[in-house]
Design a protein around this ligand. Sequence first.
Ligand SMILES: NC(=O)C1=CN([C@@H]2O[C@H](COP(=O)(O)OP(=O)(O)OC[C@H]3O[C@@H](n4cnc5c(N)ncnc54)[C@H](O)[C@@H]3O)[C@@H](O)[C@H]2O)C=CC1
Ligand SMILES: CC(C)CC(=O)C(=O)O
Ligand SMILES: [Mg+2]
Length: 344
Amino acid sequence: MTLNLVVLPGDGIGPEVTKAAEDVLSAVCKGAGLELKMSHHLIGGIAIDETGNPLPEETLAACADAQGVLLGAVGGPKWDGGSVRPEQGLLRIREALGLFTNIRPVRVFEGLEHLSPIKNAAGLDIVIVRELTGGIYFGERQEGDEVASDLCTYSAEEVRRVVAPAFEIAKARNGKLTSVDKANVLASSRLWRRTAEAVAKDYPEVTLSHALVDAMAMHLVTHPNDFDVLVTENMFGDILSDEAAAVSGSIGLAASASLGAPGTPGLYEPIHGSAPDIAGQGVANPSGAILSAAMFLRFGAAREDLASQIEAAVESALKAGVLTRDLGGDANTEEITSAILERL
Ligand SMILES: NC(=O)C1=CN([C@@H]2O[C@H](COP(=O)(O)OP(=O)(O)OC[C@H]3O[C@@H](n4cnc5c(N)ncnc54)[C@H](O)[C@@H]3O)[C@@H](O)[C@H]2O)C=CC1
Ligand SMILES: CC(C)CC(=O)C(=O)O
Ligand SMILES: [Mg+2]
């Protein structure tokens, strides 16, 4: 069997962490007798520099033909203030591939409990399911010198199609789902809540509760272990997942899978950005990218066995104390990657 993966390294630390993830994927596939074909394409700031377009047609065509897409990160100060932004490339690819469900697991790894900024995060294991192609990031935008606006719109169908997989994930775990919204203020959130309640009728084995996003931001740093699966709209999920990742010890640890309709290619990326403050130094934590590659094997190649193999190797390297700077250690990207490769 051949796996066809498109790699979009992007900007800043993107190429550093995707390189690590490629090395790990290659090793695992080789060990399993799987042929892995990888092709590299442009996205983000580097794509603007080379083509003027943050998502060149050629990149999109390659992605549409692949089994999965591994992305590093886009953006950086070089492109801030420009009329075309690297982040537009990321939003466009999510929209073009129809990637409406973004799965962001967050765990406190064994041995890293002390790195959490909160005292009761040990054993944390939650999944944030974030809607990825609707809401305020995709609404009509108006930008004037004195007034600007961003419209947040959701249809019931957009809510249903992301809430349903969240129920599935909750059903396969502990039967507990928390839907996060701002229904005390926003009409789009009231539609979200009503729709989640309607979908709940198909999942009698799952207990659905609701939380307002401001309170949820607090719960994540006071008693995160009371939660298991969260489902929420695009912007709330963006913000809460960075927060949850910080609670787990570092944003460098957090992976994600963005999925659309069955049979279409998913996109796998760490949740962090291009980290311009450390780019080019070879010190970025590649764990989030490597764990995203594991999610590609799980969701894009139906190889749960290989995904688990990578996850176990990452956990073991971290437990052994091979830690990058963001985790309080002095290992560089290459050293942690080697430690993971040794454990495969
Ligand atoms: N998916 C994407 O491509 C994303 C892109 N961005 C873009 O990235 C650029 C920088 O954004 P920031 O707000 O600084 O967020 P960021 O996530 O890039 O960095 C925030 C902080 O976390 C650290 N960090 C992030 N990833 C790390 C890793 N793997 N290892 C060690 N430390 C890590 C950075 O050094 C920085 O101190 C912006 O242009 C932004 O628009 C931001 C978020 C997501
Ligand atoms: C740069 C944004 C478009 C994306 C983002 O922050 C994210 O997906 O986490
Ligand atoms: Mg984000």
